[in-house]
Design a protein around this ligand. Sequence first.
Ligand code: ADP
Ligand code: MG
Ligand code: MG
Length: 214
Amino acid sequence: SITLPGGFGRAFVLTLREALEGAADDLGDLDRRAGDGDFGTNVRTAMKLLDATLEADPPTSYREWLTALYMAWLGVGGTSGPLFGMFFRDLAKAGEDAGADVPTVAQFADALAAGQATVQRYGEAKVGDKTMIDSLDPAITALRAALEADAETSAVEALFAAEDAAVEAATATAQTTARRGRASYVGDASQGVIDPGSAAMALVIGSARAGADG
Ligand code: ADP
Ligand code: MG
Ligand code: MG
C-alpha cells in the first residue's frame, strides 16, 4: 500500500492554510455573486482560529494537525463551517482503525469518502447541486482509479489525478444551478459563477497533493 510521508499532516494543513488565505477574497466574491457573500469571511475566521491553536498548542501528529483544522472550522458559522468541520473530522480519523500514525493513500481515500458521506447526510446535497461535493466526488473517484490502475503509483501522482479532477469539476459548477445553500435562493443568477465551496474543496485536494511531496 502506498504510504504518505511522516510530515503529511503538517504539510497538508499548512499548505491549505496558505491556499485558503490567498483565495479568501476571490472565494468571497464568488459567494457575493451567487450566495450571501460571507464565505470569504468564514474562510478567514477558520484560518484565524486555526492559527490560534497552532500557536497555543502546536500539533505533533497527523491526527493532531487534522484535529486543529476541523476544530477551527467547527468554530465558524454559515453552512460551510459545520460541513467542512465534520468533513475534516472524518479526515482526522484516516487510518485510525488500522492503528496507522499517518494514513496510507488508500486509507486517506476512504476517509475522503467517509467525509463526503457525512457532508451529504447533514447537507442533503446530491452531486450536481453546485456544492463542495461536486469537486470532492470526482476527486475520490480519480484517486481510487489511480490506485487501481497502478499499484506502484506514487502518492503525489495519485493525488495529482485527484486534484485535476477536483479543479475541473469545480470549474464546471459554473454551468450548474444551485439547489442547496444560500446560492439556491438566487436561482439562475448562480449560472456562470463557480461554486466557492467546490473551489475551496479543490484547494483541499491540491493541498493534500502538495503535502504528499514532503
Ligand atoms: P452559507 O450558504 O450558509 O452562507 P457559506 O457561504 O459559508 O455558507 O458556504 C457556502 C458553500 O457551502 C457553498 O459554496 C457550497 O459549496 C457549500 N454548501 C452550502 N450548502 C451545502 C450543502 N447543503 N451541502 C454541501 N455543501 C453546501
Ligand atoms: Mg455564504
Ligand atoms: Mg451565510
